[in-house]
Each structure stands twice: as structure tokens, then as C-alpha cells.
Design a protein. Structure first.
Length: 392
């Protein structure tokens, strides 16, 4: 173990981490602080954080990927996985309902930006610093104050289904996403803090967020998925509240499809294990479009599979579509990102990197005495306050 790493572990243990999550630095306490220092104790916990890979482990992973991508799926089949992508996911949700993914309970810990500023202040009163979000938080705060004034002026009262919601049952979809919309016309138009979760699936992030937002009626959550079965699961959940949430069917790869709200109004976009299921050739277009939905100062929060994650190494020959892109037995697909790729995707879309880190963990099956290296990439990207401010 080298000296820097030993000192770093020491810092984590003593919780003397000077800054949280600065771009390019080591992942720090929020990504966990259970460090494996004594290998003989590996089976004492299910997960160990901040694992460093040896050169040999990295090389073995590279070889495994080389082997499992030696044969690629034939083009005709690849076309079918692309054109029928939503069908495969729909079947997935028909089979698994909301039982497959666990609730993303880590979400608010890793992404406090999801909270409107008032809640964030409350939640963080026990924490010493959130250095990396302060600039954004300040901007958000002044925006919220301005919008609150605007809201009071334009609506006059808080009648209707909720403060944040709006009756949009008679909406003309052709009017949406094209040019300026009248503020009363879209769901969540009265909100002053708006979040969109893309590829929400059965709602494993939606419901932890909605539970947290229930005391901030001026915030609003949009969530979409191209699998209509997933959206139905969200809408029929006992915790779904149309007053504060709008779930809709939407394919983010289809550029021509309007969103049920105008561009430039979102404070936060959440992209959690979604981009990996989209064809690499289409990712940049998707990110570019999403970036337009953000307000200046708004944040895009990303978490997804990282290169050489155990899931990638376990693919058998015949599942590879292209480099680091695979199809599972059920027709759904998965890409495995590097930090550099994530940086390029979001910065090319005009966003500034606030965090971009590789989360390496060791997952342990104590019963079977099996160890698995897990790798995820997590990033936070902010829309500049002024278009010319993009530093990339
Ligand atoms: C791995 S699941 C993750 C679900 C959820 N984000 C979570 O973390 O539990 C990927 C989700 O992305 C959705 N998805 C994939 N491609 C999409 C697209 N082009 N437009 C909208 N949703 C998409 C799938 O239907 C699926 O629900």
C-alpha cells in the first residue's frame, strides 16, 4: 500500500477530509468510508469502499473484456435491439414489476442538490461543509427568491391541485417544448424548484425523492421512461401524488418528441443507470437535448456503470454489441463508462464538471465466500449561468 493511499485512509477513518468531492480528487466520505485494511477480515462485511486495484487486477480485467468482446452480435440483431429497445424494457417491467431494483436510498446523501435550498440547509445542519455545492446553492437561492416573487405576482393564490402542480389535462402536446409557453400551461408550472428523472423505471428514485419533498409543496418532480409499463407502475404506486409529480412516457433518444414543459426550467436532472442502456452513438444527442432543459446554474447528476465493473466481466462471449457495450439475455443493453468519456459527453453539451469520480468497491457474498469488484462512475455537471462561461 503506498504512502499517499495510507494517509488518505487515515484521513477517512479520522473523518479529517478537508473537502468533499472536488473534481478530479479521490472520492471522499460520502461514497462510504468502510476501508479494507486487513484482508483477512474481508468476509466480515458485504461491501468495502474505495478499493484500489493492483496492476495485475487491472490487466486481468482488460483480458477478460478482450475475450468476451472477441465475437460481436450480427448487425441485423443489433438493429432489432435498437429499434425495439422500449419493448425489451417493457417486458422487463412486466416480469419484474417493481421488485428488481432496490430503492436508491443513497441518492440524497450523494446528491444533496436534489433538495431545494430550504430543505438542503435543514438536512445539512449536522454537516460541516458542502463546499462543492455552495456556488450553485447561492445561485439557486437567489433564483428561488426571484421566482417566488414572480409566482406570487402571476398566480395570486395557491388554488388548484397543489402549489406546484397545475391542471394540464387539456394540454395540446404540439404547443409544448416549442417556444415560450404560458406559465399556467404545463404541469409543475407553479413550482419554484423542478427536478426531472430520466429513465425512472419503476420509481426506485422517484419515491425516496417524493417522500423528502412532501413538505416543500413548491417543488415538483417530473419523471419519464420509454417503457410504458414502468410509467404505469410509478403512477399506480400508493405514494404517487399527481399534485407534486408528473410521470410520462418519453423516449429521450427521440429528439423530435416534446417534453410536457418548456426548455430552460429545470433545477436538476437525474440520470441514474440510464445512459448505459442507450446506444453509444446516440448518447451525445441525448445529453445535448437534456442540457437545454436545465436552467442556467441547474445541475445534471449522473451515476452509471464504470469500466471493468464485475457485470461487464461476467458477460459471456456472444453478448458484445460494440466496445464496452453488451446485450443481456432479455434484450436490454449496458455500456460501461470511463471517467474521461463521462467528462467529454457532458462538457461537450456545454456543462461544467463539478464532480467526476470512479467509485470502486468490493462487494462480498459472505455465504458463497465470493468477492466482486464493482465500479461505478458518478458525476455532477452544471449549466453555466451565462452561455459564454463554459470552461471546457
Ligand atoms: C437500468 S434501468 C434504471 C431505472 C432507474 N433509473 C433506477 O435507477 O432504478 C434503465 C431505465 O432506463 C429506461 N430507458 C432506457 N432507454 C431509454 C430511453 N431512450 N428513453 C427513456 N427511458 C429509457 C429503461 O426503460 C429503464 O427503465
Amino acid at each position: 500500500m503506498n504512502v499517499i493511499w495510507r494517509n488518505y485512509i487515515c484521513c477517512l477513518r479520522l473523518r479529517k477530509v478537508p473537502h468533499r468531492c472536488h473534481s478530479g480528487s479521490h472520492p471522499v466520505a460520502p461514497l462510504g468510508s468502510r476501508i479494507l485494511t486487513d484482508p483477512s477480515k474481508v468476509f466480515e462485511h458485504n461491501m468495502w469502499d474505495h478499493m484500489q486495484w493492483s496492476k495485475e487486477e487491472e490487466e486481468a480485467a482488460r483480458k477478460k473484456v478482450e475475450e468476451n468482446s472477441a465475437v460481436q452480435v450480427i448487425p441485423e440483431e443489433q438493429d432489432k435491439y435498437e429499434s425495439e429497445a422500449s419493448k425489451y424494457w417493457d417486458v422487463f417491467y412486466k416480469i419484474h414489476k417493481n421488485k428488481f431494483f432496490k430503492n436508491r436510498n443513497w441518492l440524497l446523501r450523494e446528491f444533496p442538490e436534489i433538495l431545494p435550498i430550504d430543505l438542503k440547509t435543514k438536512e445539512n445542519s449536522r454537516e460541516s461543509s458542502w463546499d462543492h455545492i455552495k456556488p450553485n446553492a447561492t445561485n439557486c437561492f437567489s433564483r428561488i427568491q426571484e421566482e417566488k416573487k414572480h409566482f406570487k405576482k402571476s398566480s395570486g393564490s395557491s388554488d388548484g391541485p397543489s402549489k406546484a402542480g397545475s391542471d394540464f389535462s387539456n394540454l395540446d402536446p404540439k404547443k409544448l417544448g416549442k417556444g415560450p409557453l404560458k406559465t399556467e400551461l404545463f404541469p409543475g408550472s407553479r413550482a419554484n424548484f423542478r427536478i426531472l428523472e430520466v429513465g425512472c423505471g419503476a420509481g426506485n428514485s422517484v419515491f425516496p425523492i417524493l417522500n423528502t419533498l412532501q413538505n416543500t409543496p413548491e417543488s415538483f418532480l417530473y419523471c419519464c421512461d420509454f417503457a410504458s409499463g414502468a410509467v404505469e407502475l410509478v403512477k399506480s404506486h400508493s405514494s404517487y401524488r399527481a399534485a407534486q409529480c408528473s410521470a410520462f412516457v418519453h423516449d429521450v433518444c427521440n429528439d423530435g418528441l416534446p417534453y410536457p414543459f418548456p426548455d430552460g426550467i429545470l433545477d436538476v436532472i437525474l440520470l441514474v443507470f440510464v445512459l448505459s442502456s442507450i446506444h453509444p452513438d446516440r448518447m451525445q444527442g441525448v445529453v445535448n437535448r437534456l442540457s437545454k432543459l436545465l436552467k442556467p446554474g441547474g445541475m445534471l447528476l449522473f451515476r452509471d456503470y464504470g469500466r471493468y465493473d464485475n457485470t461487464q466481466l461476467r458477460f459471456k462471449k456472444g453478448h458484445c454489441l460494440s466496445e464496452n457495450f453488451y446485450v443481456r439475455g432479455d434484450g436490454t443493453r449496458a455500456y460501461f463508462f470511463t471517467k474521461g468519456e463521462v467528462h467529454r459527453l457532458f462538457c461537450k453539451a456545454g456543462l461544467d464538471e463539478k464532480q467526476n469520480l470512479v467509485d470502486r468497491r468490493l462487494q462480498v457474498n459472505r455465504k458463497k465466500q465470493v468477492k466482486m469488484h464493482r465500479v461505478w462512475v458518478q458525476g455532477k455537471f452544471q449549466k453555466p449561468l451565462h452561455p459564454s462561461q463554459n470552461k471546457n
